[in-house]
Design a protein around this ligand. Sequence first.
Ligand SMILES: [Zn+2]
Length: 416
Amino acid sequence: MNRSAKPLSTIEEDACRWLEQQQTEMESRLWQLANINSGSYNLDGLAQVAQTLVEWAEPLNCEISYIDLQPQVMINAKGQSVSQPLGRALKLRQRPQAPLQVFLCAHMDTVFALDHPFQQVQQLDAEHINGPGVADLKGGIMVMLYALQALEASPLTESIGWTVLFNPDEEIGSPGSAQLFPQLAQDHHLGLIYEPCFADGNLAGERKGSGNFSTISHGKAAHAGREHHLGRNAIRAMADFVRAVDQLNGQRAGVTINVGIIEGGNATNVVPDTCVMKFNIRTQQPDDELWCKEQLQSIIADINQSDGISIELHGHFGRTPKVMTPAWQKLCDLLQACGQSLQIPIDFVATGGCCDGNNLAAAGLPNIDTLGVQGGNIHSDQEYMRLASLSEKAKLSALLLLRLAAAGPELWSPDK
Ligand SMILES: [Zn+2]
């Protein structure tokens, strides 16, 4: 053991021993949970996951409630606004009166829709499984639930209360659940989020921000042969927009723009009157958002000067960049100390990916967002996770919670 590592107390040792004994049950429950399809928008599957979690949360003896999320408003291929139901979030609440309040978050949805071919878990080798959501994020759900059970079985619970939020819409940018975060951030001292860590075991440090946008170009339909001159081609207008937007890449450090989807036109003999394009922007600093908005507005104003053409922009920056703060650093230091005691090396590396940790940080809640299992190839049918990381990571979280409980809220007063 590292010489500077703090040895485990008897309470901490008991918790770790118990968690090691839960490895087999955690594995079989993860297998069960990942075999339930819960792609975002699959409301039946998401409800089934939530129901399973309610059963498994029983030993936590906490208050359980559902939160109906606002539907998501989207732009379809015809450029019309449509409303898409997102389902319900599940909330667990324990000791709201305790002086230290911790917020824990894990998403129930995956990127694999009901009609995706990747639906079942399989054993890869003695140490790894492959399956939809085994790492992102159902393994993390197991880690969180068992770490909380270890905390609840300890004699340190009086000083610490917690809220768990299981949201059904993280993989599509939390369009419904993000509205819950400002209040949750206000009601808690710190946040723990159970996204998988990286394949090499590193955790995510600073994260880029992200915005999803839809653009609709309107022109005028006409017969391509008889009256081509009367038409105003919406695809051509969108092509101009795409070119201009793509040329913003490389103009500001840390900002990237990706044109992702384009749809328009019905037939080659008709001048198309509508074209829809969707794109994503990643930002590094909070003030990059303003720069992007100004650039987009000026491009649109330019194109809209053309006769009979109008471009409209929908969407927003759903995730602000997550940048280091003193409170977050303190939480990282505490986790690293826990890692040392358990001989689990913890390093934080910056990433272009983003998650609910961005939204919570933007709302003022210091948080660590990759406390889940170790795995890789997420968002593909090669997604895998390392089974032993279930109990390892549960021990890490349990130790963090126990040490937070022992230290009490003084650790998080703003002047320290
Ligand atoms: Zn995830």
